[in-house]
Design a binder for this molecule. Structure first.
Ligand SMILES: [Cu+2]
Length: 494
């Protein structure tokens, strides 16, 4: 029989244990997010200006307010390009590989390539035929009006089965882009709800390549595909003629491009490189979500082989020729110093706001789920910064990666120019991106013009990382959204 003293001791331990469990449980339960609006989440961050300490009037203004649904392309303008896209949940046939259970657009994955001319108004009537979780379309890299951004729970509700949504935007910037679902995107994008968008220049250069090819890279399960097939491709081209290959990395990780033949990087993320020189004995890396336009000349004899994404290649030249594969060069091209400088299109000498986007990692609980999560400026989701700007601001953002993994950072609705990496100023062509790989230990200074009002996601495009908290938002003063996450509409953008 326990002594009275032992009994008292056991009771005390039991009480302490119960108390600890209760406190832990309450702490745990308090992390369940329930239904929420991104307008209410996070820590208001108005940035700081270069010289002085703070920025005046960062919070929501008492002035005019506008709902994201009102931020649209001219509703009276007739579309120049009109496309119907229908999403479905189905078996995806992969030529050269094996079928997987996934998502298709108009019956295939990738879905149809949309082609427009610079300045065209593109109208896409999107219908969800059978995607049970609902679906949307996001126009990756295109500075669309906010209502066309396709982020479930932020700019629209996920389109339910049988529902539809009309996306309208003016394709102002020529270049290579892509579209994908932004509802349960880590699942729907990985399993194929995506396609390419090519905007041709309104005034194509007379000495530009006559032939072009698309190289959309995606991994279905473990199958590395090129344009949806586990097969290499050939592009017939006359000796000496140039071919532009539009490489789109729709994967969750970095892709490489290389060739034994010299090539040029004509564009990054849809923006032309100024004075691109020949790339030899170097691979070029494309972040997840990023695009690279490569120009390669067909050789005098045979064909040149462009390796794309590690497992696939495109032969350019004589279609009957066989070209031995080239080993991936050890060196990678540094786009920070590639091409020829031009006077900056953006005056970043005295930015209106400077933001920090510092990525870390720690153990914690997000939405009732314990794990080792990403942090932004030391905070776990949803206590991450809500970056506030005013239309017209010039914004500088310092992205620091204090983690052991690469993060392809993607800001919606804006293109950003790289100012420096690890304190080294950019010295080549202006390096415009919308998807930027920030490697472990690196710090980047980027800049953009806040010229597209809305509420915009600013997240890692390794989509499981976004699920694990690597997502913040950029919010313009006075812009509101009525859409919510985790509510009855079932919106789950990541
Ligand atoms: Cu990441």
């Amino acid at each position: 029989m326990p002594s009275p003293r032992e009994l008292a001791c056991r009771v005390a331990i039991a009480v302490l244990t119960a108390g600890a469990l209760l406190a832990g449980g309450i702490g745990w339960a308090s992390t369940f997010l329930g239904e929420y609006s991104v307008m209410d989440m996070g820590q208001l961050d108005s940035g700081h200006s270069h010289g002085s300490g703070g920025v005046a009037g960062g919070a929501s203004s008492p002035g005019r307010s506008v709902a994201v649904g009102a931020l649209v392309a001219d509703p009276l303008r007739a579309p120049d390009v009109r496309v119907r896209l229908t999403a479905s949940q189905q078996t995806i046939e992969i030529p050269g590989g094996h079928a997987i259970e996934g998502y298709a657009v108009n019956g295939t994955s990738p879905g149809p390539t949309i082609r427009a001319r610079q300045g065209d108004l593109v109208e896409v009537v999107f219908t969800n035929d059978s995607v049970t979780a609902g679906a949307t379309l996001h126009w990756h890299g295109v500075d669309v009006p906010n209502a066309a951004d396709g982020v479930a729970g932020v700019t629209q509700d996920a389109v339910p089965v049988g529902g539809s949504y009309v996306y309208r935007f003016v394709a102002d910037d020529a270049g290579t882009y892509w579209y994908h679902s932004h509802q349960v995107s880590h699942e729907q994008v990985e399993r194929g709800l995506l396609g390419a968008l090519v905007v041709e220049p309104s005034d194509p250069p007379s000495d530009g390549p006559e032939t072009e090819a698309l190289a959309l890279l995606h991994v279905y399960g473990s199958q590395h595909t090129l344009n949806g097939k586990v097969q290499d491709e050939h592009v017939a081209a006359a000796p000496g003629s140039a071919v532009r290959v539009r490489v789109i990395n729709t994967d969750q990780g970095t892709a490489s491009v290389w060739s034994a033949a010299p090539f040029r990087v004509a564009a990054t993320d849809g923006h032309e490189v100024n004075g691109p020189g020949p790339v030899e004995d170097h691979a070029v890396l494309i972040p997840a979500g990023g695009r690279l336009d490569v120009v390669l000349e067909a050789p005098a004899e045979g064909a040149a082989r462009l390796h794309v994404g590690g497992a696939r290649s495109i032969s350019i030249g004589d279609p009957a020729a066989t070209v031995t594969p080239a080993r991936q060069p050890a060196g990678t091209l540094d786009l920070l110093a590639y091409g020829t400088p031009v006077p900056p299109a953006l005056d970043v000498q005295s930015p209106d706001r400077v933001f920090d986007y510092s990525i870390g990692r720690r153990w914690g609980v997000i939405n009732g789920r314990p794990g080792n999560f990403w942090t932004i400026n030391g905070q776990l989701f949803p206590d991450v910064p809500m970056f506030h700007v005013r239309e017209g601001d010039v914004v500088v953002m310092r992205i620091v990666n204090g983690t052991g993994e690469v993060h392809p950072m993607h800001l919606h609705g804006h293109h950003v120019v790289v100012l420096s990496r690890d304190g080294v100023p950019a010295s080549g062509s202006p390096w415009w991106v919308d998807s930027l790989d920030v490697h472990p230990g690196e710090s980047y200074e980027i800049a953009f013009a806040a010229d597209n009002p809305g509420i915009w996601s600013d997240h890692c495009h390794t989509l499981p990382h976004a699920v694990d908290g690597l997502i913040a938002h950029l919010m313009y003063e006075g812009v509101t959204t009525r859409f919510t996450i985790n509510g009855t509409a079932g919106n789950q953008p990541e």
